[in-house]
Design a protein around this ligand. Structure first.
Ligand SMILES: [Zn+2]
Ligand SMILES: [Zn+2]
Length: 273
């Protein structure tokens, strides 16, 4: 287990700042942040992602019988890029207030649609295996705010954000951004399909005072081990539309922002542009 944690730490793109990784159950140990990096904190080992029938995508609706909720449409604003997300109930539904996520929304010129009033981005974390593009995949584009930042995916046709991954396919998760899941006509509420938001992170980046409370990290860690680490060991991480597994590189070369472009976006986030 410790070996696995160390491996994850190595894979986290240099964001771990060399913090020791320890598995200490209910004692003081490490906590996974939304972006795959680690920091010290309390982790309650008993908090595990729920695994029951409704979480697996089958919901009993009483007199309506059993409704199959095993996929949800994904679509960019203009309809060029289309796909589906399978096993929606296996997702971790979260809100990230970090300034980098806000900068990405500004980069796309979509801050008004993507960000909530405190600057939060609603993300649905799923295994890339569960994302299948059915149309317009050539429109898929990606960028990085810095050479070591997350790979941030979007539809190049209309600048609809798609989601964020690490720069390696080995820790396979994508934080899908809500806007690409709300584009198809007659979609159900994301809470209904993916379950309610259960994790709120990076409140330092939230606009206004007092800062909102961070919560749900224990659940996210449980989700991470039950889903992402499991996929690493059972080989499911190899099934991804975002990486070429032969090279380990993203299927599209990310555009890396120049320092001045990044500074400009940071100003936009802080409202000083
Ligand atoms: Zn589009
Ligand atoms: Zn973020």
């Amino acid at each position: 287990m410790i070996e696995a944690l160390n491996q994850i730490n190595d894979l986290s793109g240099g964001q771990s700042s060399g913090l020791p990784v320890r598995y200490t159950g209910r004692e003081r140990g490490v906590v996974l942040t939304m972006h795959g990096s680690w920091h010290r904190g309390w982790w309650h080992g008993s908090e595990k992602a729920p695994r029951n029938e409704s979480e697996q995508g089958i919901v009993d609706r009483g007199s309506f019988g059993v409704i199959d909720m095993t996929s949800h449409p994904l679509q960019c604003r203009c309809g060029t890029l289309k796909g589906v997300v399978h096993e929606p109930r296996s997702a971790n539904h979260a809100v990230c207030w970090c300034r980098d996520c806000q900068a990405f929304a500004h980069f796309l010129g979509r801050a008004g649609e993507v960000l909530d009033e405190r600057g939060g981005t609603e993300v649905i974390q799923v295994l890339p295996r569960n994302v299948v593009f059915t149309q317009g995949v050539e429109a898929l584009a990606c960028m990085r705010l810095t050479p070591k930042g997350l790979v941030r995916w979007y539809a190049g046709c209309c600048k609809t954000p798609v989601g964020n991954t690490l720069a390696t396919p080995k820790l396979s998760f994508i934080g899908l951004i809500h806007t690409c899941l709300e584009g198809a006509p007659e979609v159900k509420s994301l809470d209904e399909v993916f379950g309610p938001v259960r994790c709120w992170v990076n409140s330092d980046g939230a606009k206004g005072e007092p800062k909102p409370k961070v919560a749900g990290m224990g659940r996210t860690l449980g989700w991470f081990f039950g889903t992402v680490v499991r996929a690493r060991f059972n080989g499911d991480y190899r099934k991804t539309p975002f990486f070429n597994m032969a090279t380990g590189q993203p299927v599209v070369t990310p555009r890396i922002l120049s320092e001045s472009e990044h500074v400009e976006l940071k100003r936009a986030v802080l409202g000083t542009a």
